[in-house]
Design a protein around this ligand. Structure first.
Ligand code: CA
Ligand code: CA
Ligand code: CA
Length: 319
């Protein structure tokens, strides 16, 4: 006979197991046993390559209709959504490596994917279509990869999905006891705008310097990546999370505080200087190897960058 305490224990265990099962990857993904993994619908339409990058930074891939289970799952996800979904979503099936040669992100060739084409498709219109769109009725079409569409990111369940102290499956985030934040140094350079997206998709944000201590932490982290370990147009400074919102030297963090409100505003003599490349000035935030601040170009030029995240940022919706 099971008493009340035991019964409550079982209920709690079942609840915990189901919550843990759902949350094990990240809070914004939903687990589906039909596709043996987690998915997330991105409603905001973007180009195919940006969609690919967004999924990658989330630790996932663009979802493709690899077999009938995936086809049904994609149809079901689309059936419960509206808006621009009706114009189709990007799949991970593309021919961007070589024109006309379609494979999924995982490398599955088109011949092994159960495609039923929409009327008149595929037509490689204007010889300019290399990405496959998936419609809610299960048919597909080739479209120009620069079109903007919603998409679904997918993470297959496997043993490597283990969350660290930093609450992420990304092992490059390291917890820093002096601030309670986790940091990841990206030695592969991106523009400031791209870096902003990457950090956000990883569940964090471009690092915001809230104290001299945190500047020191970032300085130490930067020192582990001398110029010969950085792959970027410029190996210094490193992009961090502040911005010249009005292009008038009113620097704010990406969380909306002034630098002094945030807790750190040490510029070296001569910065910010709004150095120009053609007409392109410097509206974005960076930090020199010295730990002092710099204004940098937001576009075109790639820099290394540092992301910061709280350990619980991917665990719950409200953290
Ligand atoms: Ca077409
Ligand atoms: Ca911070
Ligand atoms: Ca500058």
């Amino acid at each position: 006979m099971v008493n009340l305490v035991q019964a409550l224990g079982i209920v709690a265990l079942l609840y915990h197991t189901s919550v843990a099962g759902r949350k094990i990857f990240r809070f914004d993904y939903t687990y589906s046993s039909d596709i043996d993994g987690w998915w997330k619908l991105h409603n905001i339409p973007i180009t195919w390559d940006l969609a690919r990058q967004q999924c990658l930074a989330e630790g996932a891939v663009l979802l493709s209709p690899l077999n009938e289970h995936y086809v049904m799952a994609m149809e079901m996800i689309m059936a419960t959504s509206n808006g621009s979904i009706q114009r189709g979503i990007y799949s991970g099936v593309h021919a961007t490596y070589s024109k006309g040669v379609y494979t999924s992100i995982e490398g599955v060739p088109l011949s092994k994917i159960p495609v039923s084409w929409a009327p008149g498709e595929p037509d490689n219109y204007n010889n300019n279509e290399s990405c496959l769109l998936f419609y809610s009725n299960g048919t597909m079409a080739d479209i120009n990869c620069n079109e903007v569409r919603p998409y679904i990111c997918y993470k297959k369940k496997n043993k490597s999905v283990v969350r660290s102290d930093c609450g992420t499956t990304d092992s490059q985030y390291h917890l820093e006891s002096r601030t309670g934040s986790c940091y990841k140094f990206h030695y592969m350079g991106q523009t400031w705008h791209q870096a902003y997206m990457t950090c956000a998709a990883e569940g964090g944000h471009l690092a915001i310097i809230n104290s001299a201590t945190e500047a020191q932490i970032l300085k130490e982290l930067f020192a582990k990546y001398p110029a010969n370990k950085v792959i970027a147009k410029y190996t210094e400074p490193v992009s961090v999370g502040f911005y010249d919102w009005n292009k008038d030297y009113t620097w704010v963090t990406i969380h909306g505080e002034t630098l002094s409100e945030a807790g750190y505003s040490n510029w070296p003599v001569g910065q910010p200087d709004n150095a120009k490349i053609g007409n392109l000035g410097q509206q974005c935030g960076g930090m020199f190897r010295s730990g002092l601040l710099d204004d940098v170009w937001c576009d075109i030029i790639t820099f290394p960058f540092i992301c910061e995240k709280k350990p619980d940022s991917l665990l719950y919706e409200n953290s």
